[in-house]
Design a binder for this molecule. Sequence first.
Ligand code: PEP
Length: 250
Amino acid sequence: MRKKIVAGNWKMHKNATQTAELLNELKAQVSTKNNAQVIVAPTFVNLALATSLLEGTSIQVSAQNMHQAASGAYTGEITADMLKSVGVNTVILGHSERRAIFHETDALIASKVDAALQNDMTVIFCFGEELKDRQSKNHFNIVENQLKDGLFHLQAKDWEKIVLAYEPVWAIGTGETASPEQAQEMHEFIRETVRKAYGSDIAEDVSILYGGSVKPDNAKEIFSKPDVDGGLIGGAALNSKDFLAIVNAI
Ligand code: PEP
């Protein structure tokens, strides 16, 4: 069954003390009674701290990235196995900042997806168009191609481990949100694209999160759309009051 999920991408924010503070605040208030699965993605160095602090709670921990190789001379990189060894079973891949700033291509992201799945990890797969694509009315093509190039080599059984996160680049960190109608229109298109490739069961079961300036005051309306199954939250995930308000908006 399709899951509701609210995931916080902390990006390059919060040292160890600040990570513990925020996690303790969340821990005190997130319960299994929440309608959504709550996921937090602190920085690499604080992942072990996070899994140990959150042990026994319903909050899951995700990494923000990983390398595709199993080991090797890749200074500064982290493998799936290293993540698993500190209790991290989920990874965000294909975030627009990785694509734009670190030049990650669809092919590279696809190989990271494969490495994560080989290690039995869940992948939060991010994709979405830039402003110029929407202005030139090319946004559906771009999104379809990112999906195909990143994920459509997978076998049907792999989709149990895939969560989609549609994040229009023009709405990330800009304060500009897609309207609930724009989000629903694209999520419906994404589900239909998955349906054409893999059939109705997989299309109906896959969770499609929306990301891009979700805040406490717009979350409820966005989450009320039938094909929006939750959110990937950046800025508003950095304080417990806003993040919990978004979790409670589901
Ligand atoms: C993100 O980086 O995934 C994101 C959605 O950021 P923000 O909520 O700050 O737009």
